[in-house]
Design a binder for this molecule. Structure first.
Ligand code: BGC
Length: 728
């Protein structure tokens, strides 16, 4: 847009117009506001017609474009593909695949008239209970950052913008609008800012969304340190920062801090303490409280951002994205994210096996979490449908009982779906409605039992360390017990399918079942994915991007309410990230706490061997090369992981940290792949708070190549002769 002369446009704008450009039009379609041109989109900017500036539309979210699938008085539909949730995308460990998912989501956004996608979510799985963990990739900053970068590259290659969010330290939903996150600069830089740093530097997102919470005393959206010093000056970000929806309490402070766009606008519509942001900005300039040059700097950034959008370029969208092709891609992505957690030879099932399916999740299969990460696809294949399609012989009488049960229960007041911003929030159904006699009868006539546990969570609330959420409910346990005794008495297997968005407790029951397949919330193809993995049409190749702890008290944040959910615990205002950099496997490995399933874990129907490691320090890189061979009987892909263990030095370091990884191509039995990876020496640094610098300490480093963080197959070493320090 060379003709789009930002300087000249700014010079023609009135103060009122400038302020308007920095504030959204109000929540479209709600609180009496008109819809934006794309119904159900989360936000839009003000058009300034006099200057030829159109309104630009923004829509969520991480698992697919969230817009309204229907519009009043319009016979057409506007469905978007439901892709697997982010934690499942990260479970693929396949960056190229996730980039293609990003591109497909970008194309759908573009073809529906959306200019900017409000995704990906780049917060860290600090613990398993954050209600939005499903929207975030991992507990590891490198994995999160690289997946975010792949996703953003994909979205932006379609010509629409991406918005990594929520910047930063927004790892819980409890009191998210005002909770003050207290975190050390080291933990912040190494764990919580790192994924944003990676995505900003590698993928140049058009926008970043600042978070709701306060960070060390200041609202993120009002923190000059965060938005200007770190994001722009240190990392060279040159896009815009937009607030999360209704974030913060002071638009003037937001603009001063470098938060260019205040979204969705008209905060007074939901909060009587707020005023019209446009007026506030105008008045602040008039009163001399806000330097007009500061306002102008934001206006220029917003104009440069607008110049890139399809709306400004006059793109004619079709309202007809290629949903067929994207359904195939949603399947492909999910097929690589399935994680096989346990298999005592029960899987794969023989084609045509007779299976009894238990659990209401077979019918009410969860495609993704609720809130802004929700999607409206054309269809969702339930687990029951997927199993039926797959050629397995599903016990018809049992399936019918489940269908009736679900239908009847949902009519009862206690279990009626509750509408929340147009989304059905369904209370969990009690599972133990079958008597022992029925279960025994079903066990007689089937070859295996499939047991589905489903969980859903979403924006605005965290999960709970209670039965029915993190733990199995007593009704789930009771049914599982009946099923296991009936099937095991006859020498038949019980296979667990986990249709969940974040870890649950598994250690107390996993010995009772013969296999566990984690299908996450796999989007619209969830049922097909589950079925095809069960019968071996998919050979599971996903690995955990997040630890499954043995029990909630094992999680470092569970040590004190100060650390989670914050204090006072009934209504927390302050949460301390007490564990510092010891998040996820960094904690479990360093402190010798055994998880249920460790970071990086996942089984396959085949076996891989690792060999021929070479480690070589070449200038500012460490080159790591090794071979992976498929020595089993099935074609499969392996996720090889490289961890580095630092020498003892000035700074305490985690036992090991992930520094590189690679998923192999599909290897046939007997085939091998040589994997070559490079680690930047600088990426070995920890942040030394005493000097305010990144520090790579001298000494001998151990390179640990493995199939998971605790299944290390090969080790080597390299040496750093002298300390290396550099400024952030
Ligand atoms: C969420 C954001 C989302 C926005 C717009 C907020 O409540 O935190 O992730 O993009 O709403 O829907």
């Amino acid at each position: 847009m060379s003709e789009f002369d930002v300087e000249s446009i700014v010079s023609q704008m009135t103060l009122e117009e400038k302020a308007k450009l920095l504030v959204g039009i109000g929540m479209p379609g709600l609180f009496g506001n008109p819809h934006s041109r794309v119904h159900g989109a989360a936000g839009a900017t003000h058009a300034i017609e006099r200057l030829g500036i159109p309104s630009v539309v923004m829509a969520d979210g991480p698992a697919g474009v969230r817009i309204s699938p229907v519009r009043e008085g319009d016979a057409r539909t506007y469905h978007a593909t439901a892709f697997p949730v982010a934690v499942m995308l990260a479970s693929t460990w396949n960056l190229e695949l996730v980039e293609r998912v990003g591109r497909a989501i970008g194309e759908e956004a573009r073809e529906y008239g959306v200019d900017v996608l409000l995704a990906p979510g780049v917060n860290i799985h600090r613990h398993p209970l954050c209600g939005r963990n499903f929207e975030y990739f991992s507990e590891d900053p490198l994995l999160s950052g690289l997946f975010a970068a792949a996703y953003v590259r994909g979205v932006q290659s379609a010509g629409v913008g991406a918005t990594p969010k929520h910047f930063a330290a927004n790892e819980q939903e409890t009191n998210r609008f005002f909770i003050d996150t207290i975190v050390s600069e080291r933990a912040l830089r190494e764990i919580y800012l790192k994924p944003f740093e990676i995505v900003v530097k590698e993928a140049k997102p058009w926008a970043v969304m600042s978070a709701y919470n306060k960070l060390n005393g200041k609202y993120c959206s009002q923190s000059e340190w965060l938005l200007t010093k770190v994001l722009r000056e240190e990392w060279g970000f040159n896009g815009i920062v937009m607030t999360d929806w209704f974030a913060g309490d002071n638009p003037v402070e937001q603009v001063k801090a470098g938060n260019d766009l205040i979204m969705p606008g008209k905060a007074y519509q939901i909060n009587p303490n707020r005023k019209d942001e446009v007026e506030e900005l105008v008045n602040a300039v008039k009163r001399g409280e806000l330097d007009e040059r500061v306002l102008d700097a934001s206006v220029k950034r917003v104009l440069k951002f607008l110049a890139k959008t399809p709306a400004l370029r006059g793109y004619r969208y079709s309202n007809q994205p290629d949903l067929e092709a994207h359904a195939g891609l949603a399947y492909e992505a999910a097929s690589e994210g399935v994680v096989l957690l346990k298999n005592n030879g029960a899987l794969p099932l023989k084609e045509g096996a007779r299976v009894a399916v238990f659990g209401t999740g077979q019918i009410e299969t969860v495609r993704g979490g609720t809130g802004s990460g929700w999607t409206y696809p054309r269809y969702v294949v339930s687990i029951l449908e997927g199993l039926r399609e797959s050629g397995l012989k599903v016990d018809g009488e049992l399936a019918e009982m489940y269908q009736k049960y679900v239908q009847e229960m949902r009519k009862l007041d206690a279990y009626k779906p509750k509408e929340f911003f147009g989304q059905p929030i369904k209370p969990r159904l009690p599972e133990d409605f079958l008597d022992t006699e029925m279960v025994n009868k079903v066990a007689e006539r089937n070859d295996a039992a499939i047991f589905v546990i489903a969980r859903v969570s979403g924006e605005g609330a965290d999960r709970l360390p209670t039965e029915g959420d993190f733990y199995l409910a007593s009704d789930e346990r009771a049914l599982l017990k009946k099923v296991c005794s009936a099937f095991h008495a006859l020498g038949k297997n019980v296979i667990m399918i986990l249709n969940i968005g974040a870890p649950i407790e598994v250690a107390s029951w996993r010995d009772d079942v013969n296999a566990i397949l984690l299908v996450w919330q796999a989007g619209q193809e969830t049922g097909r994915i589950a079925a095809d993995a069960l019968v071996g049409r998919i050979n599971p190749s996903g690995k955990l991007p997040t630890t499954f702890p043995r029990d909630w008290p094992d999680v470092p944040v569970a040590k004190s309410p100060e650390c989670y959910p914050g204090t006072p615990p009934e209504n927390p205002r302050v949460v301390k990230y007490c564990e510092g950099v010891y998040v996820g496997y960094r904690y479990y490995d360093t402190y010798g706490v055994e998880p249920a399933y460790e970071f990086g874990f996942g089984l396959s129907y085949t076996k891989f061997e690792y060999g021929n490691l070479t480690v070589e320090r070449v200038g500012d890189k460490v080159r790591v090369s090794f071979e992976v061979v498929n020595v089993g009987g099935y074609p499969g892909k392996e996720v090889a992981q490289v961890y580095v263990r630092a020498p003892k030095g000035k700074l305490d370091k985690p036992f090991q940290e992930l520094k590189a990884f690679k998923k192999t191509r599909l290897l046939k039995p007997g085939e091998s792949e040589r994997i070559e990876l490079a680690i930047n020496v600088k990426d070995l640094a920890s942040f030394d708070e005493s000097e305010g610098v990144w520090l790579v300490e001298k000494g001998v480093y151990e390179v640990r190549v493995g199939a998971s963080s605790r299944n290390i197959k090969l080790t080597g070493t390299f040496t750093i002769e002298n300390d290396i320090k550099f400024k952030p």
